[in-house]
Design a protein around this ligand. Structure first.
Ligand SMILES: Cc1cc2nc3c(=O)[nH]c(=O)nc-3n(C[C@H](O)[C@H](O)[C@H](O)COP(=O)(O)OP(=O)(O)OC[C@H]3O[C@@H](n4cnc5c(N)ncnc54)[C@H](O)[C@@H]3O)c2cc1C
Length: 387
């Protein structure tokens, strides 16, 4: 993918920041507490072209490079992390089509996805298969020119509103990625949304369980055509490299918002005759928070640059995701503590950062799994380089 002109990148990031300040911040707390889908804000994302953020220009997208996309994600998350949830799996699905799809598949889906008219989601996890993808059971049985899909998928973010699902299902050749077209809504053909998960945070955006009961798709739904049969897992896990950079950037956004709230409060709140920022215990917390936030941002930028250069970025994306998500959890907790009682009050957004941050240690592969990814990648590179 081509690199984004630095001036254009700065302009896009500044536009998103203005959108967050004017449109998102005034309403985020209220919508989040009501767990309400942010229809108007999502329309704003669409108008900004963000449903096509990383979709190549020739298919109607903005074609942003990953470092610019990561900056956009940080800005959105500093406002309300759920907005990134709305575009993340959509863009992972679009990225799968752009990288692995046939020319016909690209022409059929990408322009509509880039425009935000067709919404995508990613459906890998199952009730009994999260980290352990070998346990995937959802089945795709060939029947003439069609496949019949049966099984249950869990944790599908955007699953209900999506019109196309990047679905991992087991065909006779092995796990395959099917691009399943459906009507947005609770039911479409043999697909039913069976449960909407109530979550600690990450509210507003739906995360659902979906059952496939004899749902038929044409053979042309196989991502990449016949060559894609049995190639679903490497394709999807490759897409997760981008997903992990997204999570790291989100963590930087939530961490930044929490840090800035703590900085402001620490200078405002007085105890024992001076602002709490002048008590060494609080000042040192702020210093640690800022240091970790900066380190997380540098790791995220490094992973994004490596990905954009076309090199394998599994280790770097894993490191960025691991470090940045732990940072966000810690910084959000410290921000809450610095706010004292007010950190626990629902009227300030710090309690939201504290509830949103843990998702980043779980999503796109838990941090325990990131340790495995990093260690395996390091060992493989060591052996390659040193024989
Ligand atoms: C809000 C939310 C949204 C999500 N959205 C999506 C989505 O859109 N699409 C999608 O496909 N999935 C989605 N997921 C699923 C997510 O990717 C999984 O929850 C995650 O991969 C972990 O899988 P699991 O929940 O089955 O946990 P498990 O795999 O059961 O893990 C349980 C614990 O065991 C640890 N563990 C597991 N195996 C090992 C090992 N080998 N070594 C050490 N520790 C191990 C884990 O780290 C974890 O601590 C979402 C999850 C959440 C919470």
């Amino acid at each position: 993918m081509e690199r984004t002109d630095p001036e254009v990148a700065d302009e896009i990031v500044a536009t998103v920041r203005r959108f967050v300040e004017r449109e998102v911040l005034p309403v985020a707390t209220e919508l989040e507490h009501a767990d309400e889908y942010p229809t108007k804000l999502v329309e704003g994302l669409r108008e900004l072209g963000l449903f096509g953020a990383t979709v190549p220009v020739e298919h109607g997208g903005l074609g942003l490079d990953v470092p610019t996309y990561a900056r956009v994600v940080e800005e959105l998350s500093a406002g309300w992390m759920s907005l990134c949830g709305v575009i993340n799996t959509h863009l992972i699905a679009a990225g799968l089509i752009a990288r692995q799809g046939t020319d016909e598949q690209k022409a059929r889906w990408l322009p509509a996805m880039a425009a935000g008219d067709l919404r995508g989601c990613l459906s890998l996890s199952e009730p009994d298969a999260g980290s352990d993808t070998r346990a995937l059971r959802c089945k795709a049985t060939p029947d003439g020119e069609e496949y019949v899909l049966d099984g249950t998928k869990a944790w599908v973010t955007n699953g209900e509103r999506a019109g196309i699902v990047a679905l991992a299902a087991r065909a006779p050749e092995g796990v395959t990625c099917f691009m399943v077209e459906k009507e947005p809504g609770p039911r479409s053909g043999g697909i039913t949304v069976t449960r909407r998960v109530e979550k600690l945070g990450y509210k507003g955006v739906e995360t659902v369980e979906m059952a496939y009961d004899g749902h038929r798709v044409p053979a042309s739904a196989v991502l990449g055509g016949p060559a894609g049969l049995g190639r679903g897992l490497p394709a999807i896990l490759g897409g997760l490299e981008l997903g992990r950079i997204n999570i790291a950037a989100r963590a930087c956004g939530v961490g930044r918002a929490a840090f800035e709230a703590a900085m402001a409060y620490a200078q405002e709140r007085q105890t024992f005759g001076k602002p709490i920022a002048e008590h060494q215990a609080i000042a040192f917390k702020l210093a640690d928070m800022a240091t970790k936030l900066r380190a997380a941002r540098l790791l995220t930028r490094d992973a994004a640059e490596r990905y954009a250069s076309g090199q394998r970025a599994d280790v770097e994306a894993g490191m960025a995701k691991l470090f940045a998500s732990e940072m966000a959890l810690e910084v959000a907790t410290e921000a809450m503590r610095i706010h004292g009682g007010m950190g626990y009050a629902a009227e300030l957004p710090v309690e939201r950062y504290y509830r949103d941050a843990p998702l980043m240690v779980i999503g796109e592969g838990t941090n325990e799994i990131q340790h495995l990814v990093i260690a395996r990648g390091l060992l493989a590179r060591w052996r390659e380089e040193r024989g």
